[in-house]
Write a protein that binds this ligand. Structure first.
Ligand code: MG
Ligand code: ZN
Length: 216
């Protein structure tokens, strides 16, 4: 009982901060996505392909969340976009407070599209609002068809599902139709994209969708 109460208070505080951050994004016309996935599903690779396609069209910034190291931030930095690294030192999710601190280093007035790359984890990032417009869930074909059934909260709280590594479909035990069926049974409103960062398939469609959501 005590533990439940404490956790609720933590989340209430988080939601309060998140709504302050959301107001800030609104005022600055910045479209914000919170990218969530398990480790290794390709969040940073999708981000790299996305920045490549869009960086000459809109101003992009990135907040990179990692448990340790700034390796992903270094990958993103090569594309000459502003990137702020949050190292959680073992923490398994980002919180609004961390994002708020990171934003002190980003001039939102300039930024039309902000990507927050969350820590690789399909469990608790589902419960932490970071002030984003929506959560983008990346799931790779190597992870199996049953992930939506095992981690329903993440699928319920996400608006977009990117099924990544579709180039590996011939080699892995994953039927993409079953995977989609499972995901949509949990959340029928999910918008689904299918991508491969190796062949570039699907990246264009995903980027067009982003451009459709940018507020100028
Ligand atoms: Mg990463
Ligand atoms: Zn966590």
């Amino acid at each position: 009982m005590g533990i439940i109460t404490i956790e609720r208070k933590v989340l209430e505080k988080n939601d309060e901060l998140a709504s302050q951050i959301r107001d800030k994004f609104k005022i600055n016309n910045t479209f914000v996505v919170n990218i969530v996935s398990s480790p290794g599903s390709g969040k940073t690779s999708i981000l790299e392909r996305t920045i490549e396609k869009l960086k000459d069209k809109i101003k992009i910034a990135v907040i990179e969340g990692d448990v340790q190291t700034d390796l992903d931030a270094k990958r993103v930095e090569r594309y000459s976009v502003p990137v702020v690294q949050i190292v959680t030192n073992g923490g398994c999710h980002l919180e609004a407070k961390l994002v708020k601190d990171a934003l002190e280093n980003i001039d939102l007035k300039e930024i039309r599209f902000l990507v927050i790359e969350n820590v690789g984890n399909l469990v608790c990032p589902a419960g932490y609002d970071l002030g984003e417009d929506l959560k983008v869930l990346i799931l790779s074909t190597t992870e199996g068809e049953d992930k939506p059934l095992k981690y329903p909260k993440m699928f319920i709280n996400s608006s977009i599902l990117i099924i990544n590594k579709i180039d590996l479909l011939p080699y892995v035990d994953c039927n993409i139709e079953n995977l989609k069926k499972n995901a949509l049974s949990i959340n029928p409103d999910l918008v689904v994209f299918e991508t491969s960062c190796t062949t570039g398939e699907g990246i264009e469609k995903w980027c067009e969708w982003i451009l459709g959501n940018i507020k100028y």
